[in-house]
Design a protein around this ligand. Structure first.
Ligand SMILES: Cc1ncc(COP(=O)(O)O)c(C=O)c1O
Length: 385
C-alpha cells in the first residue's frame, strides 16, 4: 500500500500515455527547424501551456526544468545574480526543502546575509516575522507554499504586496502544493514559483519555474539558448509531455481530488486517534495540504515504525523522503520546536487514487505495528553471547 505521495506520486495514466506518444512520435530535437523538430517543439509548448494554465500564468512566464530542485536553484541563483556586489540580505524559513536551504548556504558563503525565520509550533512561518526580517538591503524572500513534511500552508499571499512595495523579490517553492491546491500566481503575487511534476502524477526529473513577465533571470547552467536563454540544454521531450499531461489532469480534477483526499485524511486521523496509541497529529490545527498527515508516536522511533510498516507492505516515510535513502531526524519538526516529535513522527501522504479501504487497512496495520514496536522497545536487550 503506497501512502508516500509527497515523496513521489505514481504516474497518472494520462501522463504515461503522453510520454509514450512523445517517445514514439516526437523524435526530433525541439530546436531543429525540420518537421521532426517541429513535432518535438509542439510537445514542449503543449506542456508549457498546461503548466501555465495550472498556475494562472502566461506561457512565456514558464521555464521548463529538470525538476523541483533545479527550479529552486534556477530561481535563487538566477534572481540574485543581478544583486549588487557584496550581496545583500536573503530571507527564508528554517524549514524549507534542502534545495532551497543548501542554495542559501552557498549564497551565504558568497557574501549574502541569510536570515532563516523559524516556523512556530503549529508549522506556520508568521508573515510579520518575515517582513520584519526583510529590512532595506533585502534582495529576495523565499517561502514555500506548503511544507513537505507536515503539509502546512504558508502565508505567501499576505507577504507579496508589501515586499513588492519594498522592491524585494518573492520566490515560492510550490513543489508540494502544485496540483493539490489551487494556485494562481497573480493572486499570490509571487515573482518566482517552482513546481515538480512527480509530486502530482507526472514523471520524476521534470519541473517548471514561473518567472513573472519582465523579471530578469540569469541562467544557472551555461549552454545554448533554450527556454529563452534561461535554461540551456536539449529538452527531455517525453518527461515534459508527461509533466504537461499531469498538469492538465490535475488542474481539471483539482477540487474533486482535494476533497476526496481531505475526507480520507480526516477519517485516517480520527481512526488513529480512536486507537489510543499515544499518537498526536503534528500541526493539526493549521491549514494543511489535503493529503498530508504527520503522526508523532511518543517514545517510539520513526525509523522502527517505517521499517515495520514496510515489512507489512505499507510505504510511508519518517519526515521527508531522505535523499540518501537513510532516515534522519526531521529538520522540519526540529525547526517547529518539536524536538521529541522530530525522531518519532511518520508522514503519511495520500494520493488522488487512495481508497477508503486502503485507509482503513492502514489503520489496522498501524495498530499492530505500533503494538509490536512498543513491545520490542520494552523488552530487555538480548544477552550477548
Ligand atoms: C518542497 C519541495 N521542494 C522541492 C523538492 C524537490 O523536487 P525534485 O524532487 O523534483 O527535485 C521537493 C521534493 O521532495 C519538495 O518536497
Amino acid at each position: 500500500m503506497y501512502l508516500d505521495h509527497n515523496a513521489t506520486s505514481p504516474l497518472r495514466p494520462a501522463a504515461r500515455e503522453a510520454m509514450l506518444r512523445a517517445i514514439h512520435g516526437a523524435a526530433g530535437n525541439a530546436s531543429s527547424v525540420h518537421a521532426f523538430g517541429h513535432a518535438a517543439r509542439m510537445a514542449v509548448e503543449t506542456a508549457r501551456d498546461a503548466v501555465a494554465a495550472l498556475l494562472g500564468a502566461r506561457s512565456e512566464e514558464v521555464v521548463l526544468t529538470g525538476g523541483g530542485t533545479e527550479a529552486n536553484n534556477l530561481a535563487l541563483f538566477g534572481a540574485v545574480r543581478g544583486a549588487p556586489a557584496g550581496g545583500g540580505r536573503l530571507v527564508t524559513s528554517a524549514f524549507e526543502h534542502p534545495s532551497v536551504l543548501a542554495v542559501m548556504e552557498d549564497l551565504e558563503a558568497r557574501g549574502f546575509e541569510v536570515i532563516r525565520v523559524p516556523p512556530d509550533r503549529s508549522g506556520v512561518v508568521a508573515a510579520d516575522r518575515l517582513l520584519a526580517a526583510a529590512v532595506p538591503g533585502t534582495v529576495l524572500v523565499s517561502l514555500m507554499l506548503a511544507n513537505n513534511e507536515v503539509g502546512t500552508l504558508q502565508p505567501v499571499a499576505p507577504l507579496a504586496a508589501e515586499l513588492r512595495r519594498r522592491g524585494v523579490l518573492l520566490h515560492c517553492d510550490a513543489a508540494q502544493a502544485a496540483g493539490k491546491v489551487a494556485i494562481d500566481v497573480r493572486a499570490l503575487g509571487v515573482d518566482l514559483l517552482s513546481l515538480a511534476a512527480h509530486k502530482f502524477g507526472g514523471p520524476q526529473g521534470a519541473g517548471a519555474l514561473y518567472v513573472r513577465a519582465g523579471l530578469p533571470l540569469a541562467p544557472h547552467l551555461r549552454g545554448g539558448g533554450q527556454e529563452l536563454n534561461r535554461r540551456p540544454g536539449t529538452e527531455n521531450i517525453a518527461a515534459l509531455a508527461g509533466l504537461g499531461a499531469a498538469a492538465q489532469e490535475a488542474a481539471g480534477d483539482l477540487q474533486e481530488e482535494a476533497r476526496g483526499m481531505a475526507e480520507l485524511r480526516v477519517r485516517l486521523e480520527e481512526r488513529v486517534a480512536a486507537l489510543g496509541l499515544g499518537s498526536r497529529v503534528n500541526a493539526a490545527g493549521s491549514p494543511r495540504l489535503p493529503n498530508t498527515t504527520s503522526l508523532a508516536f511518543q517514545g517510539l522511533s520513526a525509523e522502527s515504525l517505517v521499517i515495520a510498516l514496510d515489512l507489512e507492505g505499507v510505504a510511508v516515510s519518517a519526515g521527508s523522503a531522505c535523499s540518501a535513502g537513510t532516515l534522519r531526524r526531521s529538520h522540519v519538526l526540529e525547526a517547529m520546536g518539536l524536538e521529541e516529535e522530530a525522531g518519532s513522527s511518520i508522514r503519511v501522504s495520500l494520493g488522488p487514487r487512495t481508497t477508503q479501504q486502503e485507509v482503513d487497512a492502514f489503520v489496522e496495520i498501524l495498530a499492530k505495528v505500533v503494538a509490536g514496536v512498543r513491545g520490542a522497545a520494552a523488552l530487555p536487550l538480548p544477552a550477548r553471547r
